[in-house]
Design a protein around this ligand. Structure first.
Ligand SMILES: Nc1ncnc2c1ncn2[C@@H]1O[C@H](COP(=O)(O)OP(=O)(O)OP(=O)(O)O)[C@@H](O)[C@H]1O
Ligand SMILES: Nc1ncnc2c1ncn2[C@@H]1O[C@H](COP(=O)(O)OP(=O)(O)OP(=O)(O)O)[C@@H](O)[C@H]1O
Ligand SMILES: [Mg+2]
Ligand SMILES: [Mg+2]
Lengths: 255, 255
């Protein structure tokens, strides 16, 4: 059965989507069967994996409202062994339609139940907000990855995030744990170094080393519609995500 | 009466808060009476202006639920002539409490009506999502500033944003216009240059020149609790926001 992991942080622009695409790709290239579920209305996972959203018939919103169709919602991507359920602007209205439904936080649990046997890993990308869709993702998950830019304002949001995670764990999913904190967009400046030190103090072993360095190749790859391993595998960005993904592989699939 | 301007983009981490703090500061230092309203649960405006959120009694959430108390919600900041209504984690629950209220999109209109005579400019910071709180901000506004990082994924979200703005204009506020598009975190790379070119093609004169350059001093200043004009006014970040703010001053307060 697949391990289900949500990549989340309500602080915007910290590298959630970049992490989902590049970790998923690395594990698929190592032979794992991987599914990415894009729960963000911006739908950036599609562009990063070369899928044209406008041609997609069934998206994450449909899956949340009608969990039984999740099987048909999967798209093959440019990466062998990596599938995607596309997120798009239709997710914007889901909040309203869900608010009166029974078990509104558990729709994704139901949708992913039928998919779990077909994969080793399901990675969920989320929007930079704690909407009902993000709560669905956390409720359906075994673990969480928290990307944090090593900057001051990103640090501030972490306490808010941990509070939400505690609440979901208490009320909706008591087996939910934090798998790792990922330091992103790191440069050797005084500020970044101070913030990285603060994160290591706060989270100890949960912090994966080394940080992902700021590297323009990572920002370029979605404009080419491919992950970093295809665009610039030997770049700092390619090397850092390769190292990080190997650590996660050892954590999730020991032996 | 104050001009009310919302700074928005549902793409995360594009420089919304950094723009609000530094534009508001520049205009206040030029003698304008300025109010910042933080409609983001992350509440980053408080940190950037040296205000301790934990000591705040009345926040944006209270003002949205009880518009008549907006007068008491204002805090003086480190900048002469610049006041702030603090946003905090209580905004997370507002979506639920508002959904059944009459005129739920116009609560902020009402709250700001009593404040407008006291200011020349009211700048509203928003969260990276199109929640009911962001819609309240757009409904209450005369104009919009759209910060866009000159990167591929940020470009993708602009179409989604323009769609939402059209809808708010049609249904809730037909005098809402886009005042300017601000290019942020710009470096002289090929990718950034290409995206900047694309933004100029799409938005023409709405794009303010020159772009705000990527500059670590801008990321440092919130950790000192002050705007860039106090932390490093002669830095690239300080100079760029000073130029940009002067253009906006000429646009908003001609003659
Ligand atoms: N290590 C890095 N170095 C340089 N650029 C990066 C890096 N990681 C991500 N980026 C770029 O920074 C921007 C923000 O990253 P990304 O979109 O992955 O963040 P996000 O957390 O998913 O954002 P959102 O909150 O909007 O969903 C993107 O343009 C991306 O290409
Ligand atoms: N021009 C710049 N150069 C370098 N760093 C910048 C610049 N502008 C903003 N930053 C930094 O980049 C990060 C994102 O900026 P900011 O928080 O202002 O964006 P935002 O759009 O308000 O994010 P959110 O979507 O989470 O509200 C912050 O750490 C900020 O200090
Ligand atoms: Mg994203
Ligand atoms: Mg912000």
């Amino acid at each position: 059965l697949a391990r289900i992991v949500t990549v989340t942080n309500q602080k915007g622009g910290v590298g959630k989507t970049t992490s989902v695409i590049n970790i998923a790709t690395h594990l698929a290239m190592r032979g794992a069967r991987v599914l990415v579920v894009d729960c963000d209305a911006q739908g950036n996972c599609a562009s990063g994996l070369g899928i044209d959203k406008s041609k997609t018939k069934i998206t994450t919103k449909d899956v949340i409202l009608t969990p039984s169709i999740s099987i048909q919602a999967r798209h093959a991507t440019a990466v062998e062994g990596l599938h995607l359920i596309v997120g798009d602007h239709n997710l914007v209205g889901v909040e309203e339609s869900l608010s009166a439904q029974l078990g509104r936080e558990r729709r994704l649990v139901e949708a992913l139940a039928t998919l779990r046997p077909h994969y080793d890993l399901i990675l969920i990308d989320t929007a930079p907000s704690m909407s009902i869709v993000s709560v669905n993702a956390l409720t359906a998950s075994d673990g969480i990855l928290i990307p944090v830019q090593t900057e001051y304002l990103a640090l501030e949001g972490v306490a808010l995030l941990m509070g939400t995670i505690q609440e979901v764990r208490r009320l909706l999913n008591n087996s939910l744990g934090v798998d790792a904190v990922i330091m992103t967009m790191h440069s050797p400046t005084l500020l970044n170094t101070q913030v990285a030190g603060h994160l290591r103090e706060t989270f100890g072993d949960l912090v994966l080393e080394p940080p992902i360095r700021r590297n323009i190749r990572l920002a370029e790859s979605p404009s080419q519609g491919v992950p970093i391993q295809f665009h610039a595998p030997q770049s700092h960005g390619g090397q850092d995500y390769s190292l990080l993904s190997s650590e996660l592989e050892a954590l999730w699939f020991p032996g």
